[in-house]
Design a protein around this ligand. Sequence first.
Ligand SMILES: Cc1cc2nc3c(=O)[nH]c(=O)nc-3n(C[C@H](O)[C@H](O)[C@H](O)COP(=O)(O)OP(=O)(O)OC[C@H]3O[C@@H](n4cnc5c(N)ncnc54)[C@H](O)[C@@H]3O)c2cc1C
Length: 639
Amino acid sequence: MPSARTTQPITASDASIRAALDDAFLPALLPALAQATGDYAILRDDLRPPGVAPGISQGGMSPGQQAAAREVAFAAIRKLRDEGPGGESLPLPEAVRRISAWMTGSAASDDYIPLLLEELAPEGEDPRAPGWRKPPGTPFSVAIIGAGMSGILAAIRLRQAGVPFVILEKNADVGGTWLENTYPGARVDVSNAFYSYSFAQRTDWPKHYSTQDVLLDYFRDVAQEFGIREHVRFNTEVVEASWDEAGTSWRLRMRTPDGSEETLEAQAVISAVGQLNRPLMPEIQGMETFAGPSFHSARWDHSVNLRGKRVVVIGTGASAAQFIPAIAPEVADLTVFQRTPPWLVPVPHYHDDVPDGLRWLFGHIPHYVHWYRFWLFWNTTDGMLAAATVDEDWAPRDVSVSAANDQLRALLTGYLRTQFADRPDLMEKCLPKYPPAAKRLVLDNGTWAATLKRENVRVVSDGIREVTASGVVAGDRVEYPADVIIYGTGFQASKFLTPMRVTGRGGADLHAQWDGDARAYMGITVPRFPNLFLLYGPNTNIVVNGSIIYFSECEVRYVLGCIKLLLDEGKRALDCRQEVHDAYNERIDRANLQRVWGVSDVSSWYKNDRGRVAQNWPFNLIEYWRQTKEPDPGDYVLV
Ligand SMILES: Cc1cc2nc3c(=O)[nH]c(=O)nc-3n(C[C@H](O)[C@H](O)[C@H](O)COP(=O)(O)OP(=O)(O)OC[C@H]3O[C@@H](n4cnc5c(N)ncnc54)[C@H](O)[C@@H]3O)c2cc1C
């Protein structure tokens, strides 16, 4: 796998460099070149990209700025080619400060320096690696449940620390989400420069937003390269985990490939079972009477040929928004039942290949991928948080929650108006009546409107009355005949760790303790469940299209810190203090009520049945990085 930490020397001709620059993403290229040449004067004020706004190409740089930036970049690349790297004319922290201030135009950028220094480590270094090893002879072993993105990551770090581990995986392969979601059109909606491990970046992603097959290959390759596969017991589902107080260890009961049960002991358990692994089927009267095939998008039945069929799709969430455009051209007739329309964020290059020139630049300009990653980080998440923040004085709150949120609404409404200019009937159905970012935003390059406008597609927004043997009856009693029904109804996101039974100290039952309202300290540890660590646990999901990989990297570092703490102190187990957990959760709840997804009453998978936001992290990304750098021993009882 070509690594972004080993860029190639530049030997290209002037003409080839100019051609590559046609494809460059300039707001991140100038910073990379400033760093590589040591000439920070190229970060001219008049070339600064104006700032954060979704879907605007080149960060909103004007054509004049772009042309000037290309000239500056051309000169810098030639200099790199002819004279080699310019060395550090500034100490790295100062260089990073200047660059990030130029990119974000924000006084807050200073906060990001330590994070950026970690991300911009010299070639070949992996600053998030544990940097310590378990002393030989000290008994300590870990069982990881799940071999998706998070489980693989945990395994890599444990291996680097010399801590023995096993991964128990119910599927026949690694990859989790990207193994199971094989529906047509499945792809990531975070650009891959950000949706990839910080220590295993690629300079040669074929597309900006990879399709499922490419992502699955990526996770398979990483698992292979880091020697993880041989530690996985495939087709093995953990059904129960119980804490053995006397032995200070976990006992896992699991169903093995031949259907028999087995138990396994480990000092610590890392649950990497995902938030979006168990499909959610709706409860609709008559569902079981439908005579044709029906399936959930995460269990796509590829044996069902949709060509020429009448298909009913239930749901218009993130998965449905991907597979509906993919299947519409081949089916005879497509009825889409929509409860709540999604807000669409215009991303013109959503389905595009990474152009050759840009790929060449990623492969030859040191740190270009990293600065591109920071640009995405800032522009798609932390820089966007203001637009999701509630202004207490803003009223009414039904369609927006602050001036910035309203501005975003106006921008996205304008996009919908251009998309549905010729179809006022669809505009009426597709214009959300809730504030943007209250639900997951859906990226779009024009295919959503083009699909809904097709002659063989109709949108029904009158609710569902029942499913019959031959179709689906809408709220207004009109029946839509179907040969196939596809459920795009999402996942049991708030039922963390189900259907496993988990018992902790004194026989405490995790699901009884949570009582439908899962909580954890840092999203990772739960009082009375010593040495149980959750990855992608409660309140670690990011709304404004950030990358879950970033969160998992923070979580895994914290977990490794906890294990190190135990080994250093010669202790066997750590248990989160209840008061620490409660105070943290109060802070999370308060903050989520200051975000649009917390105050809006639109239905979304971000809230559990109690109405609490149990999924989302309410602060910016850097805050999670800071909090999870290492555990505070005072937060735990060590035994
Ligand atoms: C369609 C779809 C699109 C997504 N797009 C994005 C995106 O664009 N950006 C983003 O950041 N995130 C996205 N996500 C979220 C995605 O889930 C995470 O990015 C990431 O893949 C989570 O990895 P994970 O390892 O934590 O969980 P998962 O990938 O869900 O893996 C969990 C693993 O645990 C295994 N497992 C579960 N229970 C047991 C058990 N009891 N015993 C043994 N094994 C078990 C499962 O089989 C699975 O392999 C998307 C999710 C879906 C479903």
